[in-house]
Design a protein. Structure first.
Length: 174
């Protein structure tokens, strides 16, 4: 199938590698313009260049984005409006694992995991929605994990953060 998302304009976080890069490639191959956002700005730019080489200049763009920083979210959404003329898809993909059981996970690791895995989803939805309302219909895809439903004694921080993404997604949908 091709063209399933023709005309859509998508911002994908954590897009310098892994799942985010694959999501950006597939959305572009199905007809969307994509904005690859990542704290690794060079990696996001490389992925965007590869998409443009495959599908044509103007298909992909990139932006530096630390998903934990509100001002950088504002700048990324503004860039989506400038570069693509709007935003109809947001993929909150950026995330990190938080290892360590309840006795070994430090409060700093807990906070970092929640900042990247949860706060970023809150900020992304909050900052993108005004622009997305101008490009209806739209979709917000928040990446959670089975770890948000099934607990592990070795990753309570990750479990709790992914469960929070699941419930936040339900609240935003309402």
């Amino acid at each position: 199938m091709t063209g399933r998302v023709a005309g859509k304009k998508a911002l994908i976080t954590g897009a310098a590698q892994g799942l985010g890069a694959a999501q950006a490639r597939m959305l572009a191959r199905e007809g969307a313009q994509v904005l690859l956002a990542d704290i690794n700005a060079a990696g996001a730019a490389d992925q965007a260049a590869a998409i443009n080489a495959e599908l044509g200049v103007g298909t992909a763009f990139s932006v530096a984005l630390d998903v934990t920083q509100e001002d950088q979210w504002i700048a990324a959404v503004d860039y989506a409006a400038e570069a693509m003329g709007g935003l109809s898809v947001l993929v909150n993909n950026a995330g990190v694992g938080v290892r360590g059981n309840i006795e070994t996970c430090t409060l700093a690791e807990w906070h970092r995991g929640f900042a990247i895995n949860v706060d970023s989803v809150f900020l992304g939805c909050q900052k993108a929605l005004p622009l997305m309302k101008e490009s209806q219909p739209g979709s917000i895809i928040n990446i959670s994990s089975i770890a948000g439903l099934i607990a592990s004694d070795t990753m309570p921080g990750y479990n709790a953060s992914k469960a929070a993404v699941w419930m936040l997604s339900k609240s935003v949908a309402l």
